[in-house]
Ligand binder design. Structure first.
Ligand code: FES
Length: 569
């Protein structure tokens, strides 16, 4: 243990701790910008300066020493921090009035706190960028904090971002100077949620959706992914307990959509298809394991970095693509009668789904299953544009019949949820009985424990399952599978840490990882649901009766399955 004094308080902390950590323990708040715990301690921004034995030092990467006397808020410290924020502002393209990150920009918050209104604001040149790609980078807003570089290389193992030079000459760019679409980007969007400014954003598709809403010849259909219900309120100032699914349905109606459906319905449908596929797979001699396929960030990662595993993906489309296909097929007559064409919008916690809905191999002669994908941040922006008082909305039900879902569909939004939902139904398909709910507790995978696994016996058949979230964890699991160190029958992968609740399209709160909190919300919704098994969803049963026949039928293959090996990347 080390003894030191911070702002007059004597404290004792573990050896090796940083001054920032020690200050936190003493209840002293120090501003930070570039620092990410355990990932980015390069001390580039110098916003966390403190005075220590007469020296100014960066608290985020200075280790404690016995007898240190530290002052965190002297006039000298505050003036130095202010000067550093000012320098950062002067190198940053200043267009806060129109920047999509204006309310969540950590630099803007600091600039306001430090009153840097006397800065010389320049407009650094924007660099060319492919604006059609779902991930947008505006180099003129980059403050070279390197958080994206750390997140992409150390957590997500894609290493899309590189840097050269140092100090004011430092540059960040896509790997090897390649165009972004050739740089190995899985489109998880984690660099966006960890960027402190508006340098990294998702392509804005709200204009496309507004055009559809304005067109009298269009029937607008919206659907909302499971994980959105746990986070949408964050961006519009509604407390988690008040941001209910029923209020979200009303909020979507307030935007003027003609039909408001729940992707949870299609998550149940995915389980019927993927669960049936897994039961068939178990009785086959196909190479193990079968992988879930509902996460397009994972599909892209596999195609780009581990193509040898792509043939082992479940052929089930992701839930929102299934819901889009069902909408386009079952509502076609109603739309024709009204002289309208259908436009499907998916509200997703995800950036990769913007890519997925445009994959040409997923389209039919009638066009794409899904016409536009909005992130939760775009959804929240639209709610603000329409001045919807979300907290005051009455709760309403989803439209029928593509709105009814079970708790199994809801937990799709968190790591382990797809596996658990699939097993609830796969076990029923094999044994004729519903299993317990806790098939695989997978909420505790960490960088030290990259995946969670479990051995099950289902009607005498051994079944080994594993779950991983985050692409770094995924890479470790795939390497172990390839080396023959582990063997599994069924593996669930979600590209974002914690699953879609931690998705790259979710609302951003600087330096807060909210996946666990949001997952608890989904678990509570599952527990409160009267229906908890996908095979018990009466509207899914009716869809099979009226349209699809049975899981893995000819129609099911046409509407609900794909071959990811053929997808353009
Ligand atoms: Fe410590 Fe940036 S937060 S130097």
């Amino acid at each position: 243990m080390v003894n030191l004094t911070i702002d007059g308080k004597e404290i004792q902390v573990n050896e090796g701790m940083t001054l920032l950590g020690a200050a936190g323990k003493a209840g002293v708040d120090i501003p930070t910008l570039c620092w990410m715990k355990g990932l980015n301690d390069i001390a580039s921004c110098r916003v966390c300066l403190v005075e220590c034995d007469g020296e100014l030092v960066a608290s985020c990467n200075t280790p404690v020493r016995e007898g240190m006397v530290v002052n965190t808020a002297t006039p000298r410290v505050v003036a130095a921090r202010r000067a550093n924020v000012q320098t950062l502002m002067e190198g940053h393209r200043y267009e806060c009035g129109t920047c999509v990150r204006q309310e969540t920009c950590a630099l803007r918050t600091l600039a306001s706190e430090f009153n840097v209104s006397d800065s010389q604001f320049y407009l650094p040149e924007k660099a060319p960028w492919d604006e059609s790609f779902p991930l947008i980078r505006d180099a003129s807003k980059c403050i070279k904090c390197m958080r994206c570089v750390a997140e992409c290389s150390k957590v997500q193992y894609c290493s899309v971002w590189e840097h050269s030079g140092s100090g004011p000459n430092m540059n960040v760019f896509a790997k090897d100077g390649l165009p972004i679409d050739a740089a190995g980007c899985a489109l998880c969007g984690q660099c966006i949620t960890h960027c402190p400014t508006g340098a990294l954003t998702a392509r804005d598709d709200t204009g496309k959706v507004m055009e559809a809403l304005l067109d009298p010849e269009v029937m607008t259909v919206v659907q909302v992914a499971p994980a959105v219900r746990a986070a949408w309120g964050e961006g519009v100032g509604v407390a988690r307990e008040d941001a209910t699914p029923g209020r979200m349905a009303s909020a979507l109606r307030a935007l003027g959509f003609d039909k408001v459906f729940d992707t949870d319905f299609a998550a149940d449908l995915t389980i019927m298809e993927e669960g049936s596929e897994f039961v068939e797979f178990l009785g086959s001699d196909k190479p193990r394991p079968m992988f879930t396929s509902c996460c397009p960030g994972w599909v892209r990662f596999a195609k780009l970095h581990y193509p040898q595993f792509v043939a082992q993906l479940s052929s089930a489309k992701s839930p929102h693509q299934m819901e889009g296909a069902v909408v386009k097929n079952t509502l076609a007559a109603e739309a024709d009668e009204a002289g309208k064409r259908i436009f499907v919008v998916s509200i997703m916690p995800c950036v990769a789904k913007k890519y997925e809905c445009d994959v040409p191999q997923l389209a039919t002669e009638k066009g794409s299953d899904v016409d536009a994908v909005l992130t939760v941040r775009e959804f929240d922006r639209m709610l603000k544009m329409f001045r919807v008082d979300c907290g005051a909305l009455e709760e309403t039900d989803w439209d029928s019949p593509l709105g009814l879902s079970t708790g199994a569909g809801t937990i799709f939004g968190r790591t382990g949820g797809v596996m658990e939902a699939a097993l609830r139904s796969a076990v029923f398909l094999i044994t004729g009985e519903n299993p317990d709910f806790s098939a695989c507790d997978t909420t505790d995978s960490t960088p030290e424990k990259p995946w969670v696994s479990k051995h099950l016996e289902v009607a005498g058949t051994p079944v080994d399952i594993a779950v991983a979230s985050g692409l770094g964890n995924t890479a470790k699991l795939l390497d172990a599978l390839e080396a023959g160190e582990v063997h599994f029958d069924f593996v669930e992968i979600m590209a974002c840490p914690g699953g879609c609740v931690g998705g790259g399209g979710q609302p951003i709160e600087f330096n807060k990882e909210l996946a666990v909190e949001r997952a608890a919300n989904l678990n509570a919704l599952d527990e409160a649901d009267t229906l908890r098994y996908s095979h018990e969803n009466p509207d899914v049963q009716k869809l099979y009766e009226d349209w699809v026949g049975k899981p893995l039928s000819h129609t099911s293959h046409e509407w609900l399955h794909t071959d990811q090996q053929t997808w353009d990347i």
